[in-house]
Design a protein around this ligand. Structure first.
Ligand SMILES: [Zn+2]
Length: 318
């Protein structure tokens, strides 16, 4: 039976993994009943568990883990870019479209002893005002009123109309300006004087007051470009040291994300009349894009690593 034993021992690994035909299995079982040596070999095989099958050879596991990480990263990347797209869309839909001045657009009336009531018609869906004292003219109170709508409101809301806001005078004389935010001069809507009767007198003059757009976003953009330039120089200097270069690349991606976000939110423009809103959107978008770019960078590094000759060799079956 020596000959049969060596045949059975050859078959045992396949038998243990149930990869033999019914006849072969019956042959192996029949033999093991009467052969302690083969039975012991089979028991030993079962104790150590089935050997890794061809679908999951141990040397492939790091590779599989990396491929799985890559899949997860790709999903995360897609989610981040979709979110970034939605933020850009929200920025575009919510961007203020300032209403040009017309006498029909806005009216000012006295509002008891408190101040003046400024009311808007037309498509206006948002109103804001800013109060400050004009120190050059003996501390006269100045109120700058802005009114705008957005694409979102135009498309999805019934036109505004009937919006109004109360401007407190603090019992001081006050001039109420409309700020058209189109590089034209502000229009003095009315002069408020608590001592006069009536307290509000329509005006309609421009008085040479101009509200200029803020350029701060332009400075930030220049700063981002400069940072990117410094980053590129650092990359050139460290390109032969992969460990440092990877971090330089990661750092360079933020200015890239910021510049792209700026262009997505405000276009190539850098003068803005709504700086806090624009900057908030640019910041949120740039953080999202940065996350996406970091992931993309990781995926590219992984791909390079996997295709490099240093990657783990494909396992040979024994
Ligand atoms: Zn045997």
């Amino acid at each position: 039976m020596k000959n049969e034993c060596s045949i059975v021992k050859d078959l045992l690994p396949l038998y243990a993994e149930k990869m033999v035909s019914g006849d072969t299995a019956a042959f192996v079982e029949e033999h093991c009943k009467s052969c302690a040596s083969c039975q012991a070999a089979l028991d030993g095989m079962r104790e150590t568990g089935p050997r890794p099958g061809p679908d999951d050879p141990a040397p492939l596991r790091p590779l599989r883990r990396r491929l799985k990480a890559m899949r997860v990263q790709t999903v995360a990347l897609t989610a981040l870019f979709v979110t970034a797209l939605l933020v850009s869309l929200a920025a575009a839909l919510g961007a203020p479209i300032y209403a040009p001045y017309s006498p029909e657009l806005v009216t000012v009336e006295p509002y008891g002893l408190t101040g003046a009531l400024v009311s808007f018609g037309g498509e206006v869906t948002h109103v804001s005002y800013d109060l400050h004292d004009d120190l050059e003219e003996g501390g006269v109170r100045v109120c700058d009123v802005e009114a705008w709508t957005t694409l979102w409101d135009k498309w999805f809301q019934k036109g505004g109309g009937g919006l109004s806001t109360v401007v407190p005078s603090g019992q001081k004389p006050m001039r109420i300006y409309y700020v058209p935010n189109d590089a034209s001069e502000n229009i003095c809507l009315a002069v408020y004087d608590p001592a006069a009767q009536p307290s509000v007198r329509p005006d309609g003059e421009t008085r040479g007051v101009l509200t200029l757009p803020r350029l701060t976003l332009g400075y930030y953009l220049i700063l981002a470009c400069a940072a990117l330039g410094v980053g590129c120089a650092a990359w050139l200097m460290t390109r032969k040291k992969p460990d440092i270069r990877v971090w330089v690349e990661r750092a360079c991606l933020y200015p890239v994300a910021y510049i792209v976000s700026h262009c997505l939110v405000t276009g190539i423009n850098w003068a803005t009349y709504s700086i806090s809103r624009d900057f908030a959107f640019i910041l949120a978008l740039s953080i999202l894009l940065y996350g996406g770019l970091l992931l993309l960078h990781n995926v590219i590094l992984l791909k390079i690593h996997l295709s490099a000759p240093a990657a783990p060799p494909l396992p040979r079956r024994d």
